[in-house]
Design a protein around this ligand. Structure first.
Ligand code: SF4
Length: 120
């Protein structure tokens, strides 16, 4: 799940209903957090965007263009800017990339706002 200035993106769900269910859960969490804001100690730890080369190293590096990008590195760069999402790369769903996909999901985390226009 990724929060962007004017939208929330949900991935890795089976269908629209599952996405709506996940979103409702997040809305409840946000509202509960707001209600308890006086009890919460803010964290001022700096979060850095992953660098494109770090993301690229975990991609399949086939440059197959199935994601709509000319190369895996372009896809990596757009991932770090929140302009595309991991599910756009179908190759990552192949079993041999399961560990890399998990690493990418962890690295990209989904809590950094998109920079520039998002691609559909
Ligand atoms: S679909 Fe995946 S493997 Fe193919 S070019 Fe895009 S990022 Fe690379």
């Amino acid at each position: 799940m990724a929060f962007h200035p004017y939208q929330i993106a949900v991935s890795n769900v089976v269908d629209r209903e599952a996405a709506i269910h996940e979103l409702k859960g997040v809305i409840k969490l946000v509202n509960r957090t707001w209600e308890r804001r006086a009890e919460i100690e803010p964290s001022h730890d700096e979060r850095r965007r992953p660098q494109p080369m770090d993301v690229y190293k975990l991609l399949p590096q086939t440059n197959c263009k199935a994601c709509g990008q000319p190369t895996c590195f372009v896809f990596a760069a757009k991932l770090t800017l929140g302009q595309v999402e991991l599910p756009a790369c179908p190759v990552l769903r192949e079993p041999q990339y399961a560990e890399r996909l998990a690493q990418l999901e962890d690295m990209l985390g989904g809590d950094l706002p998109a920079v520039g226009p998002r691609e559909e």
